[in-house]
Design a protein around this ligand. Structure first.
Ligand SMILES: O=P(O)(O)OC[C@H]1O[C@H](OP(=O)(O)OP(=O)(O)O)[C@H](O)[C@@H]1O
Ligand SMILES: O=c1cc[nH]c(=O)[nH]1
Length: 226
């Protein structure tokens, strides 16, 4: 099922809405899963709500405090907001980047450019990672060349998402400096990657899952360990 104008790969690469007409993932050639194997559609309720046994590790106020601290750390490290660009990694890195930018503006009185950097097509673990349609990449009008780019994500785990983000960014410009801010670092790195700004270090076992939920996307706010 493919409309005639674009190939699935091209549609995926440019983030075209036509990707929804593709029934095969462009890299893995696996069917694009739009339903659970059980046949039940993935509803907001079933995918967003952490399981009852999950433990709250950050509540809404903890997240607010962590983001405020990270915003100040970024400003101190950068000696102000000059040349800063914040790039959120979809999905939840994007609202987090926007929140950090709002705090920086409140402190410094200047707008900080915020964008989104999708890494889907740059992953090296697509076979393990559930295939999903690419999210939009939006680079602020000033571009990335010569800027200090802070990548923002909700969770840092293996480090493979961040590696993919560095590759994706390489195709879009050449920042002078790239830093990484994450809300939760749960350890278990598989690559030599570390965050510059961390909301919470959360020791976890590999069998556990960290679930970040944000008002903007999920309608609830907090971090759970399940
Ligand atoms: O360090 P890593 O092992 O790469 O894991 C961290 C990534 O995993 C999650 O993204 P996920 O792909 O689950 O999608 P999401 O952002 O939509 O939750 C999270 O948002 C990070 O981006
Ligand atoms: O536990 C994890 C691991 C990767 N990404 C998440 O969002 N949670």
């Amino acid at each position: 099922m493919l409309r005639p104008t674009l190939s699935c790969r091209a549609a995926a690469l440019i983030g075209s809405p036509e990707f929804r007409f593709c029934d095969r993932h462009p890299l893995t050639r696996r069917p694009v899963r739009r339903r659970r194997r059980s046949g039940k559609p993935v509803t907001a309720e079933s995918s967003v709500q952490p399981p009852a046994e999950a433990r709250v590790v950050l509540d809404a106020r903890d997240i607010t405090r962590a983001l405020t601290r990270i915003s100040h750390e970024i400003l101190e490290r950068n000696k102000g907001a000059g040349d800063l660009v914040l790039l959120g990694i979809p999905s939840r890195g994007v609202p987090l980047a926007r929140r950090i930018a709002e705090r920086i503006t409140a402190v410094e009185g200047v707008e900080v450019p915020v964008g989104a950097l999708d890494v889907t097509m740059y992953r090296d673990d697509l076979r393990k990672h559930p295939a999903r349609g690419p999210q939009p990449t939006e680079i602020p009008p000033g571009g990335l060349d010569g800027r200090t780019v802070v990548l923002v994500d909700d969770v840092l785990y293996s480090g493979r998402t961040v590696r993919a983000a560095l590759d994706a960014m390489n195709d879009l410009g050449r920042p002078d400096v790239v830093r990484l801010a994450v809300l939760v670092d749960r350890g278990h790195r598989e690559l030599p990657i570390r965050a510059d700004h961390v909301g919470k270090n959360l020791p976890s076992s590999r069998s556990e899952r960290v679930m970040v939920r944000l008002e903007e996307l999920d309608g609830l706010e907090g971090v759970w360990l399940a």
